[in-house]
Design a protein around this ligand. Structure first.
Ligand code: ADP
Ligand code: MG
Length: 604
């Protein structure tokens, strides 16, 4: 060994790319280390990008200082725009100080000084800043990273995060969920073999609750819930609204964006001040702790409702949780801690700084991927069910909601028509029984299936989700090995509001859906019976009397007209009558065919 430096394995960094603040960390021989920000002791780099008039780009604390003076060219909360379409954001964009426009591919762009930037480019600027920071600090070259995202991020948002990394010159080895990273940071010194953990993350822009299970060194996410439009920003906004309502801001022109920014910063200052003091006062801006509590009570209550839902989804009882981990700067608020203590009645873990713990976990995961800590694994889950469309527009779920990923699941299908050459595979996400109520993620056609009678081809449809939650769908006709696959990189996926709505709708419409599903099932069955009967008539003409053939045809007509209607019971009754009529005919045909076959044998 010449020097320790040369012998050392390559550093893979962990990045917490936050809505409000971002951090970078790595693991050395002394454990996980956070990289200090530009000036002083702070590790948090504000996720803010400023475009200066000279064309320069400033990131972090220095960009934050420009927020009040240059609101149109200082971009914050970029993470909320990642992987979103314009229509996802129309309401939200009204509150922004900068301008967003409807870009190509239904994705948005941000307009700055007559130029257009994608949220991916803006996030890349933050990532590049963090990469350069650690490179100059440690005098190393860094090319690989693990980046964390909220558990609720969908495919498009994860993909956008990955693309931002690539643009910043980083190979993104893994995208992992923030709460999972936090649990990993607290799991470092854990002596327990198995435990159930709730991770409560209230940051600047997002709220996440995750229920994890640790067993034998493996982290398993049992359920997740949350809201990407709930966090410290909303607390600041409620303080501003309170001051406005009290008439405290009469002299302040809130239409002036510089003032507006200043008031926003005052609100945040007041909020933080109240973590250690009973009262905040700065000129016209006054806030006492009791008022503050009443302002945030509804917000805290909302998060508690989501905890309830997550625990229910995990099929657990509150009493089965072993510990609670606090994540996110907003959990420094005393009232939040108190309410959680009261609710959980469990040890609450807040030894690590709540706004640093995710980056620490990301670094630990990076270190595992570097091969330095191989006895730990991460398992994540899918937030919505994934499946394909089958006959009659039914959703056939292949990967149920809350399935563990990475995952690989296959299911066999067949054709419904003789000689069918092509099979369309349409992939959907959602909880409803009819695909039209779910979200289409993509489709492809399996072509050139060799001609075979209906029901004979064996088509395996496989869903493979990798560790980043990116889905690949493959269809293969097994008798002929015809094969096609797609990677689902939905340009924009389901927003969190939609996701919540989809889950609610699946409960609300459960009964209607079930009725509709049984109607479609009956229609499908009737259609197969019609096809089979028509085939039967052609193949067995010799043994059927003219009257019998006519009777079959009349049953076929009745069934056809019934399937056009909505009466499931009538379809089923007619199928039963038809089957009763045709059973002796089928038996006779079988006897006849058997006799013919035996005759053939004798000739041999
Ligand atoms: P994100 O993960 O969304 O980037 P962070 O976890 O860094 O966000 O949390 C940022 C939020 O935490 C901001 O809204 C900030 O105002 C808030 N915050 C930071 N410190 C405190 C504090 N002492 N009291 C209350 N809120 C705080
Ligand atoms: Mg965070």
């Amino acid at each position: 060994m010449v020097t320790g430096e040369i012998d050392q394995k390559e550093i893979i960094i962990g990045i917490d790319l936050g809505t409000t603040n971002s951090l970078v960390a790595y693991v050395d021989k002394d454990g996980p280390q956070l990289v200090k920000a530009e000036n002083g002791e702070r590790t948090l780099v504000p996720s803010i990008v400023h475009f200066s008039e000279g064309g320069g780009l400033i990131v972090g604390e220095a960009a934050r200082d420009k927020l009040a003076m240059y609101p149109e060219s200082t971009i914050y909360s970029v993470k909320r725009l990642l992987g979103k379409s314009y229509s996802d954001l129309v309401t939200y964009s009204k509150g922004l100080q900068y301008t967003i426009i409807d870009g190509e591919d239904e994705l948005i762009k941000v307009e700055i000084g007559g130029k257009y930037y994608s949220p991916i480019e803006l996030s890349a600027a933050i990532l590049r800043h963090l990469k350069r920071k650690i490179e100059s600090d440690k005098n190393v070259k860094v090319s690989k990273a693990v980046i964390t995202v909220p558990a609720y991020f969908n495919d498009a948002q994860r993909q956008a995060t990955r693309d931002a990394g690539k643009l910043a010159g980083l190979e993104v080895l893994r995208i992992i969920n923030e709460p999972t990273a936090a649990a990993l940071a607290y799991g470092e010194n854990s002596k327990t073999e198995s435990e159930t953990i709730a991770v409560y993350d209230l940051g600047g822009g997002t709220f996440d609750i995750s229920i994890l299970k640790l067993s034998h060194g493996v982290y398993d996410v049992l359920s997740t819930n949350g809201d990407t439009f709930l966090g410290g920003d909303d607390i600041d906004a409620s303080i501003v609204a309170h001051w406005t309502a009290k008439g405290l801001l009469e002299k302040v022109d809130l239409k002036n964006s510089e003032f507006k920014q200043l008031v926003r910063l005052r609100a945040e200052e007041a909020k933080k001040h109240l973590s250690d003091h009973d009262r905040y006062e700065n000129g016209p801006f006054v806030l006492d702790r009791a008022t503050f509590r009443s302002l945030i009570e509804p917000l805290v209550q909302q998060t508690i409702a989501k905890i309830d839902a997550a625990i229910k989804d995990a099929e657990l009882d509150l009493s089965e949780l072993d510990k609670v981990i606090l994540v996110g700067g907003s959990t420094r608020i005393r009232y939040v801690k108190e309410r959680l203590q009261e609710y959980f009645k469990k040890p609450i873990f807040d030894d690590h700084n709540p706004d640093e713990v995710v980056a620490l976990g990301a670094a630990i995961q990076a270190n595992i991927l570097a091969g330095n800590d191989s006895d730990k694994l991460l398992i994540d889950i899918t937030p919505l069910s994934l499946g394909i469309e089958t006959v009659g527009g039914l959703m056939d779920t292949i990967l149920p909601r809350n399935s563990k990923i990475p995952a690989s699941v296959g299911r066999s299908y067949t054709t419904s028509v003789d000689g069918q050459k092509n099979l369309k595979v349409a992939v959907y996400q959602g909880e409803r029984d009819m695909v039209s109520d779910n979200r289409k993620l993509g489709e492809f056609i399996l072509r050139d299936i060799p001609p075979m009678p209906a029901g004979i081809p064996k088509i395996l449809v496989e869903f493979v989700i990798n560790a980043d939650g990116i889905l690949k769908v493959k269809a293969k006709e097994e008798r002929s090995s015809t094969e096609t696959e797609i990677e689902i990189k939905s340009q924009y996926g389901v927003s969190e509001e939609e996701m919540g709505k989809m889950l609610l709708d699946s409960i609300k419409y459960a009964e209607t859906d079930m009725k509709l599903k049984s109607l479609v099932d009956a229609r499908n069955e009737a259609n197969s019976l019609v096809l089979a009967s028509q085939k039967f008539v052609v193949q067995n003409a010799v043994i059927l009397t003219e009257q019998e053939t006519k009777k079959i045809e009349s049953h076929v007509q009745t069934l056809k007209s019934l399937t056009a209607g909505e009466d499931k019971d009538a379809i089923e009754a007619e199928m039963q009558a038809f089957n009763e009529f045709s059973r002796p005919l089928a038996e006779r045909a079988m006897d006849h065919n058997l006799a013919e076959a035996l005759k053939g044998k004798k000739l041999d």
